[in-house]
Design a protein around this ligand. Structure first.
Ligand code: PHE
Length: 447
C-alpha cells in the first residue's frame, strides 16, 4: 500500500487541530473558573510537561516506529502477548469512535448557536437558559439536523484521506481559528473586564489549589491533548521521516496552551465586564456567553459569529481526528476502500449519535438509562473517566516497558539530548502511569 504522509507543518497543524477543540475552548475556561483561576492554569501547564508530553511522546513513538494503525502498531512492536496488546490498541480506537458520537452532537449545538448569532441572541440569562434547555430537551429534530450537518462535514473531509483531507483542512482552519481568537482578544483588550480576566487567569494564587484541582488538571490535560485515544498513534504513523519529533510535540503542546489561554481571556473578559459568575460550569459557553454578546448589539452579533465559527473549526478538526483511527484500521486490516471503511464506522457513530440526542429529550431519554445515567452521560462517563485513562496508561506502559529502549533511543536521539531522553524514559515508566491511575481512581470514586 502506498504510504500517504503528512508534511511537517501539516502534521503539527493536524495534531494541534485534534488537540485544540471543545476541550481547550469550552472546557478549559469553565474548569479554570471552577478551580479558582490562575494557579490552576500553572498547574495545568506543569502537568502538561510532566505527564502529557511524556505520554504524547510515547504514543508518537508507537505510531512512528510501527507506521501502522493503532491495533497493528501494538501487535507489531510487542515481542510477546501480541494479541493482548492488539486489544489495547483496539480499545483506544473504539473509545475514540464512541467519543466522536456525542462530540458530534455537541458540534451540532455549536452550529445551532452559530446560526442564532446571525439573528437576535437571548437578552438575559433567564431567557438564555430557557432557550438552551428547550433546544436540548425538546427539539430533537433541530438537534438531529445540526448533528447530521456536523457528521456529513467530517465524513467529507475524511473521505479525502490524510493528505488532501485532514492536512488540507487543518492548514487553513487552524490559522483561521487563531486569527479569529486573536481579533477577539484585541477587542477584549479595549474592555474594562480585560484586566480582571488577565488577573484571574494569569496571576497565580496558590491558596486556591486543592487535591481536586490537581485531578481536574490531569484529566483536562489528557482530554485536551487527545491522549489515550489512538489519535496520536494514528497521525504519527503518517508523520514524515524528516520531521523533528521533539520540536513538533512541543509546538503542539504550546499551540494548545496558547489557544486555551486566549480563549479563556476572551471569555472571562465578557464574564467580568458584565458581572457574570466565572464558575458556572458547562453553561458558560451556551448560556452566558450569548447573553453577554447580546448586550453589545450589532458588534455582539459579529463577535458571536466569530466565536462560534472558531469553536466549530476547533471542534471539527478534533472530531475528524477521533474518527480517523478506526477508519485507518479497517482500511489496513481488511484491505477495503476508504469509502467502505467510512460507511462502516460512520454508520456506527451516526446511530450512537442519534441515541445521544434522544437521551436528552424529555420523556424519551429516561426509557433507556444505563446504570442510572442517561445514555449521553453514560457514554461520556465511560469514555472519559474509564477508557481514556486506561488507554493512556496502556500507551505509557507499552513505550516504557515493552518497546526496546534502543529502538526508542534511535528514534528520538537526533532530536533530544541524552539527558532529556533519560528523563523522558523515567517519566513514562514511573510517573505517568501512576499519575493517570490516580486520576482514574479519583474520578471514579471521589467526584
Ligand atoms: N482534544 C480534543 C478537545 O480538546 C478532544 C479529543 C479528545 C480529540 C481525544 C481527540 C481525542 O476537544
Amino acid at each position: 500500500m502506498q504510504k500517504e504522509q503528512f508534511s511537517r507543518i501539516g502534521y503539527v497543524l493536524a495534531v494541534a487541530g485534534s488537540a485544540v477543540g471543545l476541550g481547550a475552548i469550552w472546557k478549559f475556561p469553565y474548569v479554570v473558573g471552577e478551580n479558582g483561576g490562575s494557579a490552576f492554569v500553572m498547574l495545568y501547564i506543569l502537568i502538561c510537561c510532566l505527564v502529557a508530553i511524556p505520554v504524547f511522546l510515547a504514543e508518537l513513538s508507537i505510531g512512528k516506529l510501527s507506521e501502522s494503525d493503532s491495533v497493528n502498531a501494538f501487535r507489531k512492536l510487542a515481542f510477546k502477548n501480541k494479541k493482548f496488546w492488539g486489544y489495547v490498541g483496539g480499545l483506544t480506537m473504539v473509545t475514540a469512535a464512541v467519543i466522536a458520537s456525542y462530540y458530534l452532537v455537541i458540534i451540532g449545538w455549536v452550529f445551532k448557536y452559530l446560526t442564532l448569532s446571525f439573528t437576535s441572541l437571548p437578552k438575559n440569562i433567564e431567557s438564555s437558559k430557557d432557550y438552551f434547555l428547550e433546544f436540548l430537551t425538546k427539539d430533537s429534530l433541530g438537534q438531529f439536523v445540526f448533528f447530521a450537518l456536523a457528521f456529513a462535514t467530517c465524513l467529507l473531509i475524511l473521505s479525502r484521506g490524510v493528505k488532501s483531507g485532514i492536512e488540507k483542512i487543518s492548514v487553513w482552519m487552524m490559522p483561521a481559528l487563531f486569527l479569529m481568537l486573536l481579533f477577539m482578544l484585541f477587542y477584549s483588550c479595549t474592555m474594562d473586564g480585560f484586566i480582571k480576566a488577565a488577573q484571574f487567569l494569569l496571576v497565580p494564587d496558590f491558596s486556591k489549589i486543592t487535591l481536586a484541582s490537581f485531578f481536574s488538571a490531569l484529566g483536562l490535560a489528557f482530554f485536551t491533548m487527545s491522549l489515550g485515544m489512538a489519535v496520536i498513534i494514528t497521525y504519527s504513523a503518517s508523520l514524515s521521516d524528516d520531521a523533528n519529533l521533539f520540536r513538533s510535540t512541543i509546538s503542539v503542546v504550546g499551540i494548545n496552551i496558547l489557544i486555551a489561554i486566549i480563549a479563556g481571556l476572551v471569555i472571562f473578559t465578557f464574564v467580568f465586564e458584565f458581572d457574570a459568575e466565572p464558575s458556572q460550569g458547562v453553561g458558560l459557553v451556551f448560556m452566558s456567553l450569548p447573553t453577554l454578546f447580546a448586550n453589545l448589539g450589532f458588534t455582539g452579533n459579529i463577535l458571536a459569529i466569530m466565536f462560534f465559527t472558531a469553536l466549530s473549526f476547533a471542534a471539527l478538526t478534533s472530531a475528524i481526528s477521533i474518527i480517523e483511527p478506526f477508519v485507518f484500521f479497517l482500511i489496513r486490516e481488511f484491505d477495503i476502500s476508504r469509502a467502505k471503511s467510512l460507511a462502516i464506522v460512520g454508520g456506527g457513530i451516526f446511530a450512537l449519535g442519534i441515541l445521544c440526542i434522544f437521551a436528552n429529550i424529555e420523556g424519551v431519554g429516561d426509557k433507556y438509562m444505563v446504570f442510572g445515567k442517561d445514555f449521553f452521560s453514560f457514554l461520556d462517563f465511560t469514555a472519559e473517566k474509564i477508557l481514556l485513562p486506561l488507554g493512556g496508561i496502556g500507551g505509557a506502559i507499552f513505550a516504557g516497558y515493552i518497546i526496546k529502549k534502543e529502538a526508542l533511543y534511535t528514534l528520538f536521539s537526533p532530536y533530544m539530548t541524552d539527558f532529556m531522553f533519560d528523563v523522558w524514559h523515567i517519566l513514562v515508566r514511573y510517573v505517568s502511569p501512576i499519575f493517570v491511575l490516580a486520576i482514574m481512581i479519583n474520578m471514579l470514586f471521589f467526584s
